[in-house]
Design a protein around this ligand. Structure first.
Ligand code: ADP
Length: 169
């Protein structure tokens, strides 16, 4: 049995946020899945304070990955990358938060794990550029495109994390 005051504390009304929220697309790649790193990666986004709004465990087709990586179609590694990305399951997610596109890229580290600082996901958890365990949208424009490519409107979950008033003023 809660008193009215403790109920207020347990269920704080979400304050009107003065910040603009962004969404970004994050995927644990087949190497990250095989290495058992899904939980570690989710933990980093959760503990930073970001909000999960959609997720699914799936195997993407090679054609789908060719569309996803269309910007890289002229790169020598494009065919191998798309084949590899469709070779096993990926864990696809959409995360929400203030400035999340930029902050998530900082959390990921550099494309090449060898250039990634310790403390970043790639700097802590992988070695090779072709097996860099995680994808994250690099611009807000690409985030919008990738979120729309990977998720349908009905796959998003509407919810308000109880920590929200303690993350944003
Ligand atoms: P990021 O994933 O950091 O946004 P890019 O979009 O440039 O990087 O490249 C997409 C993916 O292609 C990288 O995450 C990496 O797995 C792979 N890749 C990039 N450059 C190379 C390379 N020189 N050799 C092999 N694979 C590469």
């Amino acid at each position: 049995m809660f008193s009215p005051s403790s109920q207020v504390l347990l269920n704080p009304k979400p304050s009107r946020l003065s910040v603009d929220m962004e969404r970004t697309f994050i995927a644990v790649k087949p190497d990250g899945v095989q290495r058992g790193l899904i939980g570690e990666i989710i933990k980093r986004f959760e503990t930073r304070g970001f909000k999960l709004v959609a997720s699914k465990f799936m195997k993407a087709s090679e054609d789908f990955m060719k569309t996803h990586y269309l910007d890289l179609k002229d790169m020598p590694f494009y065919a191998g990358l798309c084949k590899y990305m469709s070779s096993g399951p990926v864990f696809a997610m959409v995360w929400e938060g203030q400035n999340i596109v930029k902050l998530a890229r900082m959390m990921l580290g550099e494309t090449n794990p060898a250039d990634s600082k310790p403390g970043s996901i790639r700097g802590d958890l992988c070695i090779n550029i072709g097996r860099n365990i995680i994808h994250g949208s690099d611009t807000l424009e690409n985030a919008k495109r990738e979120v729309g490519l990977w998720f349908k409107a009905e796959e998003f979950v509407e919810w308000t994390p109880c920590a929200q008033p303690f993350l944003y003023e």
